[in-house]
Design a binder for this molecule. Structure first.
Ligand code: FAD
Length: 425
């Protein structure tokens, strides 16, 4: 309950906005082909320590994807702004048209397109907060996210702790006066008071993500394992209120639980703001899968969702970040970006494939939100023609991660309502 720190908004306002308006729309959108397939490399080596032997828990496995629409496979890295068929581009050889990506996707020779993609990827990497997988990589594979829901997997103990510890202790900022502050312990809020807004934002975003992951595992807990030891088996999944309370009850967590839940709301506002800021760009995309009718439905559903997103007052104010003295702000932003990129690499150290999949997706989604907020490309309201002129690009993988990552937060907030009602019974 109550106000969310560093944002001018309350838990109650978000609950009703999310549960009534955002969640139903988003949930239906994420069932569409465009958003359910995500390409990812789950076989990268952990760059920071010797891989703990990969998890053998059966609920950690990721089911392979049987068929992916050709249109998705063909769309590669670049996802161009929608180009209406009537608006015939001028001259193919005119370099100005290199901004017209939708057009490029279908008309340029393979060679020029590859050159353009390299240029766009390089340009986009400058703004990136994540180390993205190479989509063309042999080890990258499409995953059907609906076939592999985020839920309890049994991934616990040293390996999971090592990842979280490395995220909090090595990558979150610490107060200058308290360089050994341990954020995974009780009392994180005391340390936060000593830090600037940017560093607090970093911690709250990570902690919000952690809360969301742990809410999902408690909401989709393995209640009974009906099927013995068959690998293809399905168990019975549902809410485990004791597991939820163990993690979030104020008394059982020394008051940390509710603060961690508020960080989820903070992160929700941050990602909501990123979506709102990128509306003109997101509305201009084709969401191409090759099925004209479905693609049109998806574009309409995206517009409908974004109109709701836009209607919510701005509560997360990114303009107050990285705005102190020029040099200082630039250095801080680079540090912030560097730390976050590191977290994206740490995801390759998660020793459970299913957790790694959702961890990578959510970190990419958050990284994409940060890219939108802080790349400077959306600081002015852009018209559709201006959107076409911008060099700013998000890849298909970033777009899918952005919407699905936000979908996870939205679903966590929805689950909280169910836990609240269950605990009152
Ligand atoms: P952990 O959640 O491991 O937390 C470690 C310590 O961090 C806690 O002792 C506490 O001091 C602190 N902490 C906990 N929550 C927060 C917070 N929100 N903010 C700040 N500090 C906090 N398990 C699954 O079953 N399914 C999954 O899909 C899944 N995905 C994962 C994805 C990633 C990237 C990682 C690293 C782990 C994932 N896990 C998943 C494991 C899960 O998150 C827990 O690590 C595991 O359940 C063990 O929980 P725990 O109670 O020991 O505490």
């Amino acid at each position: 309950k109550g106000a969310i720190d560093d944002c001018s908004c309350s838990v109650e306002t978000i609950d009703s906005f999310n549960n009534l308006k955002v969640y139903p729309r988003l949930n239906s959108l994420l069932h569409q082909d465009f958003f359910k397939y995500w390409k990812v490399n789950l076989n990268k080596k952990c760059p920071f320590w010797e891989d703990d032997s990969r998890c053998a828990i059966r609920y950690c496995s990721v089911k392979p994807c049987t068929e992916v629409p050709e249109g998705i496979k063909g769309s590669g890295k670049i996802l161009g702004p929608e180009v209406k068929s009537k608006a015939r581009p001028k001259d193919v050889s005119d370099c100005d048209h290199e901004n017209d990506l939708g057009y490029l996707n279908t008309t340029l020779s393979k060679e020029s397109q590859a050159r353009f993609e390299r240029w766009a990827a390089h340009d986009s990497a400058q703004d990136s907060f994540c180390e993205l997988d190479e989509v063309g990589d042999h080890d990258s594979q499409y995953v059907d996210l609906l076939l592999n829901p985020e839920r309890y997997t049994g991934y616990v103990g040293d390996s999971a702790h090592r990842v979280w510890k490395s995220i909090y202790q090595e990558n979150c900022f610490r107060p200058v006066k308290n360089p050994y502050a341990d954020f995974s312990n009780i009392g994180a809020d005391e340390f936060l008071k000593e830090m600037c807004l940017e560093k607090r934002t970093f911690y709250r975003a990570v902690s919000g993500l952690h809360s969301s992951i742990n809410i999902h595992l408690a909401a989709r807990y393995l209640l009974s394992d009906k099927t013995g030891f068959e690998v293809s088996s399905e168990g019975v999944w549902g809410h485990n209120i004791e597991e939820f309370q163990r993690r979030f009850d104020p008394e059982l967590t020394g008051g940390e639980g509710p603060r961690r839940l508020k960080n989820l709301y903070f992160l929700y506002l941050l990602e909501l703001r990123a979506l709102a800021k990128a509306v003109p760009y997101l509305e201009s995309l084709t969401y191409y899968t090759g099925n004209e009718e479905k693609d049109r439905d998806v574009r309409n559903a995206v517009k409908d969702l974004l109109s709701v997103v836009k209607s919510f007052p701005k509560h997360f104010d990114e303009s107050s970040m990285f705005s102190s003295g020029l040099m200082q702000a630039a250095t801080l932003k680079e540090e912030f970006r560097g730390h976050f990129r590191n977290i994206s690499r740490i995801m390759d150290c998660v020793g459970c494939d299913k957790c790694r999949l959702w961890g990578k997706l959510q970190v990419t989604g958050l990284g994409t939100a940060l890219k939108i907020l802080f790349s400077g490309n959306f600081d002015q309201q852009l018209s559709l023609s201006a959107v076409r002129e911008t060099k700013f690009q998000l890849s298909r993988e970033e777009i899918v991660a952005l919407f699905n990552g936000f979908g996870r937060l939205s679903s966590s907030i929805m689950e909280l309502e169910t836990f609240r009602q269950e605990s009152l019974r």
